[in-house]
Design a protein around this ligand. Structure first.
Ligand SMILES: Cc1cc2nc3c(=O)[nH]c(=O)nc-3n(C[C@H](O)[C@H](O)[C@H](O)COP(=O)(O)OP(=O)(O)OC[C@H]3O[C@@H](n4cnc5c(N)ncnc54)[C@H](O)[C@@H]3O)c2cc1C
Ligand SMILES: C[S@@+](CC[C@H](N)C(=O)[O-])C[C@H]1O[C@@H](n2cnc3c(N)ncnc32)[C@H](O)[C@@H]1O
Length: 652
């Protein structure tokens, strides 16, 4: 797939225009002024930001992110007007993002926005097609970029928008951004009172917006522009969510939550909630965070993608972007490295799979390399070329956990093992026998496969898979390895004098002691990756009996998607929706029997580094009335109710 970047031309004043659309990104005469007038003032944002109370949010939707200037102006105004505890969500769709270099050049035009544009530039990476979430001001300002065509992306959005900015180039230059189909999506995402501002006053656009349910008004424009338009949605709010995927109605006035488990999923959940003003207590049975699956010395940002755009593949692209942006705050070289990941085309089948991926994804995410190019990239001799993910690399997961936990709203209680949960007086109590460990109105179970020990979540089909990594002492010659290389296994460049080689899959053992058999099988994986590296490490002389390693359990679900979201009562669910066994197309209007305040975040399998950080944002969105950070079908694909639903339908 060709790069999706915008193609720009620059005029003598250094202002950009789009070569693809032959139009300007903003008014040449008065860019900032026009943005403030058309989008901020016409949506009454100065007043509406000031009227927010602490804990409230305002959600802006935009068609055409472009240079981000509208976003930066809205963010600046929000900071100037809104009270400290209020939050801004900005959701914007963009088919052709600017390259980082073009963005930097454009934003240099606005010195008054520098404090904001520097932050945008700092986070502007990993923006591959899909839903890309970026956090600013410690999560007070949340940007969700939908990278793709507006008509394809907006139907995937689950959000309630308060104010729209319609900014997709002039209707005459880009009629696709001004169609009844697209306006129907705006209406679907609006509620009575949602407002809209746009720079165009074109008649057919006005009529189509009125048709979609917006009361439209022409208002004077600025400069050369005679008129612009603003509007208010007067239609009815639509709710199409099936009851089992609808958001639980409980409103959490007391923002206090318990998180059980301090692995990547628990730490990410705690971080996303704390950023939203929740007081979070994390219970962890060990004496430190990241002692189980999230405790390996090096984990790999390994993207196992599908060319068919499956829910899992899209979650991986979205999650990769989110994790990748988080890593920028860690110590490079020590806690992570963006050295790239090379997936070898180790047999004919894999080579064919990779060719399909290369056709389906942009080269910013992955590039096919011939053997000689791959060898240059990796610094060692290889048996084949492969797919190179230039922005990926390795991470020390405990460092990522520590970073996520570093928030004044999070309290960590070590050596606290929750053995049971009980709902008493609108609080969840975490108990160890008779001992009350902690209580809060909301609990999020992030205890990997130990989720099954709680009767409230025992129905979930989670499985443990033992995995062992081997630690290989680096040699002078192995230090040449300059990227992660994967075949069936993976090996990472040196960290603190060692390479991590992984990992075995053992479905039958519950034992946590490293085994020499699995060290031997890891060495076999290394041999498949590169016999040159085997030689450089003198790995053929290693005795598996005396090798060092680490064992932990992955926790997987039958469809390999994680399990993230609110939990229903299994028995009541089966009763409420029994009719599905007879007719799977029925959507009974019976509210889902939620277990109030109970949520789960588990099943991250062998790709938790990619899916777990973003899962915290998804939990926080389920708990509030925020835009979901992933497409709605991906959120449903991760929903805890999916298994009960499938079981009911299968019975029929
Ligand atoms: C060998 C191996 C190699 C891997 N390699 C990679 C890789 O290269 N890339 C990648 O992306 N992923 C990799 N993974 C997967 C990744 O590590 C996991 O997906 C991720 O760590 C899961 O995080 P988690 O928080 O769900 O689980 P965990 O990290 O296991 O955390 C669960 C936590 O809950 C605590 N807990 C459980 N029950 C209770 C209770 N009742 N009370 C209190 N605390 C409790 C546990 O002590 C633990 O700290 C690998 C996994 C393994 C095992
Ligand atoms: C006028 S510019 C937006 C300016 C922007 N709001 C700003 O602040 O710089 C219009 C944007 O819409 C994008 N666009 C055009 N057609 C699109 C489509 N069908 N789907 C999504 N984005 C599209 C263009 O790539 C361009 O970035």
């Amino acid at each position: 797939m060709a790069d999706q970047y915008a193609q720009l031309d620059w005029d003598e004043q250094g202002q950009p225009s789009s070569r693809q659309y032959d139009d300007v990104y903003f008014s040449r005469e008065n860019g900032l002024e026009e943005t403030r007038y058309v989008f901020l003032d016409n949506n009454e944002l100065p007043r509406r930001f000031a009227a927010l109370s602490s804990g409230e949010q305002l959600v802006i939707g935009e068609t055409g992110f472009g240079t981000g200037m509208n976003f930066l102006c809205a963010w600046q105004l929000f900071v100037q007007q809104a009270p400290a505890g209020a939050r801004l969500h900005y959701v914007s769709v963009e088919k052709h993002p600017l390259s980082a270099a073009d963005l930097q050049r454009t934003l240099a035009l606005w010195p008054s926005l520098q404090a904001y544009s520097q932050q945008l530039l700092g986070a502007y990476r990993g923006l591959n097609p899909g839903f890309q979430r970026l956090l600013f001001d410690d999560g007070r300002v949340v940007l969700t970029l939908l990278i793709g065509d507006a008509v394809a992306m907006l139907p995937q959005l689950d959000a309630r928008i308060d104010a729209w900015f319609l900014d997709g180039f002039a209707p005459s230059k880009n009629p696709e951004m001004w169609t009844p189909e697209l306006f129907a999506q705006l209406a679907r995402l609006s509620a009575p009172g949602t407002t809209l501002g746009t720079f165009t006053a074109t008649g057919y656009v006005r009529r189509a917006l009125i048709e979609a349910g917006f009361a439209m008004k022409r208002v004077p424009g600025l400069g050369k522009k005679w008129e612009v338009m603003c509007g208010t949605f007067t239609g009815t709010a639509s709710s199409q969510a099936k009851p089992w995927f609808a958001r639980p109605a409980d409103r959490h006035t007391q923002r206090s939550a318990l998180v059980i488990g301090a692995g990547l999923a628990g730490c990410a959940t705690a971080a996303s909630l704390a950023k939203r003003g929740w007081q979070v207590t994390v219970l962890e049975r060990h004496g430190a965070a990241a002692q189980e699956a999230s405790g390996n010395p090096q984990g790999v940002l390994y993207l196992k993608l599908s060319a068919h755009g499956t829910a899992l593949s899209r979650l991986i692209v979205d999650g990769f972007g989110y994790t990748r942006r988080l890593l920028e705050r860690l110590h490079k070289g020590q806690d992570w490295d963006d050295c790239g990941v090379l997936q070898l085309a180790f047999d004919e089948r894999e080579a064919q799979r990779q060719a399909k991926l290369a056709a389906a994804f942009p080269t910013t995410l992955l590039t096919p390399l011939e053997r000689s190019q791959a060898e240059r990239q990796a610094g060692i001799a290889l048996a084949s070329g492969g797919l190179f993910y230039p922005d990926a690399g390795w991470v020390h997961p405990p460092a990522l956990c520590a970073q996520l936990l570093d928030h004044p709203g999070i309290r960590l209680h070590y050596h606290q093992e929750a053995l049971g949960l009980k709902r008493v007086d609108e609080q969840w109590q975490a108990l160890n026998g008779d001992q009350l460990l902690a209580a809060a109105p909301v609990v999020v179970i992030c205890s990997a496969a130990d989720t099954l020990r709680f009767e409230q979540s025992a129905h979930l089909p989670l499985k443990r898979i033992r995995g062992q990594i081997s630690r290989l002492p680096a040699s002078q010659r192995s230090a040449a390895l300059s990227t992660v290389v994967c075949a069936e296994g993976y090996v990472a460049p040196v960290r603190q004098g060692e390479h991590t080689l992984g990992a075995s899959f053992n479905f039958d053992s519950d034992d946590l002691t490293p085994s020499s058999v699995e060290h031997a099988s890891n060495l076999h994986l290394l041999q498949e990756i590169s016999s040159d590296l085997v030689e450089r490490l003198e790995a053929d002389k290693l005795d598996p009996e005396s090798m060092q390693g680490r064992v932990a359990f992955r926790c997987t679900s039958p469809d390999y998607l994680p399990i993230i979201g609110p939990l229903a009562d299994a028995e009541q669910f089966a009763q409420a929706y029994a009719v599905l066994a007879r007719d799977a197309r029925q959507v009974p209007s019976i509210p889902c029997p939620w277990q109030e305040g109970l949520y789960i975040n588990s099943g991250h399998g062998s790709r938790g580094l990619i899916t777990a950080p973003l899962s915290g944002e998804l939990i926080a969105a389920w708990l509030g009335s925020e835009p979901l950070p992933v497409p709605s079908d991906v959120a449903e694909g991760c929903h805890p109710n999916r298994f009960m639903l499938r079981q009911l339908i299968r019975k029929g």
